[in-house]
Write a protein that binds this ligand. Structure first.
Ligand code: FAD
Ligand code: DLZ
Ligand code: SF4
Length: 533
């Protein structure tokens, strides 16, 4: 007897996408591909025989709502998933694709349905990127009544166990030493066994502030396919309360389009990447940044290939060593390092709050309606586009949350929800560890706390701000200034154990009592009126 194909509404309308369906409704093995695992290098896919397996993909409410995800992120994943399903079918794979209209509760329900319909004997999965889902999956074998094989995520450049070996016996897990090992391991920017140019790190060349020194090239905007337009409409209707202005959705949703974005970056922005890596600009949400984290994190780009392409650009003289090194360090170093830390310290890591920060988030975190120009711009673009570059995330938004003592869990949920590239393995160490110092210094050697002076030096926001970056107290004083000293004062004891904070603490203590008192009073007042800033 011929069974009916297990396709949902979209799957059925997508029959043309899939070509003629196989009439044999049996497959030995189901392979679950998650929304952030859309890669031909997926470990279960690499050697899979299309006649033996069925690929399971599902758009499910549980994944789409466990935090208030940005609509850009949901639309990117759903559209990229649908395009990847098309590509898999074109290669002869059967795909059991359940779209949001199929109303499946969660990923387990999708697997249950696929396994039943395709009479599978086993399920293969690749380890997920979040502890939350990993914990759920522990019961799947019992729930499904079949063996579930979990494979290592080989799309990263260091396995979790290799990270654990590197970490073993070290008092401190510093990124710089990790990064050097990774450079050697992959032979990237190496001159025999020495770093190219004689130094491992050219960060000192990469701190120029933005004063409109050159033109920022306009970004290309990929055409939207019909599939993407359908997804945008669906997401707009299904997630009316989530942030994200979908009228600006121009993200790549296929491997080819993501590669084209990377090619554009290497050609037009990479040469300036290093110099303006830490800059803040009124006129551009992204300056010379790569805008590729969203593709790396969902499988549309592969990290090693990206690093190799950037190294090749340097070798052919297209960019400086400091630009190439700065960029490669982010991917080969920071990206792998934060993932390693995440798995090394979870689940305990998530509940850390070393500075006891519990102040509620001001409502304007969800609107961007604050008079602080730097913050308003960073928040608005984060909410509307799902993107902010590193210095906005760290030194504008994160720094404010740190010095104002905002609640760690709420801040982390905000970051996990708002950004198009956010998954807990990368969001949590960056937010809880790097930005908020809530892990007590596992990740950062000192808190990334700064006054308005830093923001003024790095960019041109202050010129159009209602506040004055030079004033610490009184009407019109930049709120970052008073809050910075309040932070230093209230964590004085803990910070005095940190040799890197000695100079700043010494300077603060030397000030006259009355002077310190007036700064602290002003900052207290500021903290009482956060909503009105
Ligand atoms: P570029 O500046 O062009 O850098 C190139 C690539 O390097 C990025 O695409 C990214 O893959 C990698 N990279 C750079 N810095 C980091 C880092 N610190 N950790 C991991 N990878 C890095 N990145 C995410 O991918 N997802 C997140 O949820 C996320 N949350 C963050 C939260 C905070 C508080 C901070 C301070 C940083 C966060 N980052 C996160 C890191 C970084 O800000 C983004 O990767 C970067 O802004 C993405 O934009 P881009 O592709 O233009 O990056
Ligand atoms: C983030 C996300 C969203 C919004 N939706 C889905 C989905 O419907 N189906 C799916 O397979 N994956 C989705 N994801 C990505 C998962 O949340 C991600 O795989 C886990 O958080 C592990 O990183
Ligand atoms: Fe930001 Fe302060 Fe400058 Fe205003 S004055 S843009 S709040 S740093």
């Amino acid at each position: 007897m011929f069974a009916v194909c297990p396709v949902s509404k979209w799957g059925a309308t997508g029959l043309a996408l899939g070509g003629v369906r196989s009439l044999c409704m049996q497959r030995q093995t189901a392979i679950l591909i998650l929304g952030d695992q859309l890669s031909w290098h997926h470990p279960a896919l690499i050697d899979a025989d299309p006649d033996e397996v069925v690929i399971v993909m599902a758009e499910v409410m549980e994944e789409a709502t466990y935090v208030r995800h940005n609509r850009h992120k949901i639309a990117l994943l759903f559209s990229a998933m649908r395009h990847f399903a098309q590509a898999l079918r074109a290669k002869g794979f059967e795909v059991a694709y359940y779209d949001l209209d199929a109303s499946l509760r969660n990923l387990l329900a999708a697997c249950e349905q696929a396994v039943r319909e395709w009479q599978c004997q086993a399920l293969h999965i690749c380890e997920p990127g979040e502890h939350r889902l990993m914990a759920h999956m522990a019961d799947w074998s019992d729930a499904l009544g079949l063996p579930v094989k979990q494979l290592e995520d080989t799309r990263f450049l260091l396995s979790r166990s290799d990270f654990a070996s590197w970490a073993e016996g070290r008092k401190q897990l510093r990124m710089e030493y990790f990064y050097r090992e990774m450079r050697k391991r992959y032979g990237l920017l190496m001159d025999a066994d020495q770093p190219e140019g004689g130094k491992w790190n050219y960060d000192a060349d990469n701190r120029t502030g933005w004063r409109g020194q050159c033109d920022i090239p306009a970004r290309p905007e990929p055409e939207l396919s019909d599939l993407t337009r359908e997804v945008i409409e669906l997401v707009g209707q299904a997630f009316p309360d989530s942030p994200g202005d979908l009228s600006t959705f121009r993200w790549a949703v296929t491997h080819e389009a993501a590669q084209a974005e990377l090619d554009w970056f290497c050609e037009h922005a990479l040469p300036h990447f290093g110099t303006y890596q830490d800059a803040l600009a009124e006129s551009s949400p992204w300056l010379f940044h790569g805008l590729i984290s969203m593709y790396l994190n969902c499988g549309l780009l592969e990290p090693l290939a990206v690093c190799e392409q950037v190294e090749a650009a340097y070798r052919r003289g297209h960019c400086s060593l400091s630009a190439a090194e700065g960029f490669i360090r982010q991917i080969l170093g920071w990206r792998e390092y934060v993932r390693g830390l995440y798995w090394h310290h979870m689940p305990d890591y998530k509940s850390r709050n070393a500075l006891s920060a519990t102040r509620p988030l001001p409502d304007w975190f969800w609107t961007g309606d604050t008079q602080m120009r730097c913050l308003s711009q960073a928040l608005k673009q984060s909410l509307d586009l799902g993107y902010a570059h590193h210095i906005q995330r760290l030194m504008v938004i994160g720094n404010f949350a740190l010095i104002a003592g905002l609640d760690v869990e709420s801040v982390c949920d905000w970051y996990l929800g708002v950004y198009i590239d956010a998954y807990e393995w990368v969001e949590l160490p960056n937010t809880l560890g790097m930005a908020l110092f809530a892990d007590g210094g596992i990740m950062a050697s000192k808190p990334y706390a700064a006054s308005g002076k830093y923001i003024q030096k790095q960019g041109d926001h202050c010129k159009s701000c209602r506040y004055d970056p030079k004033k610490v107290t009184g009407e019109g004083a930049c709120p970052y200034n008073g809050l910075y000293w309040h932070f230093i004062d209230r964590h004085n004891e803990l910070l005095s154990q940190n040799p890197r904070m000695g100079l700043i603490l010494g300077g603060w203590r030397k000030r006259a009592d009355a002077d310190r008192e007036s700064v602290l009073q002003w900052a207290d007042q500021t903290l009482d009126q956060l909503e009105a800033l």
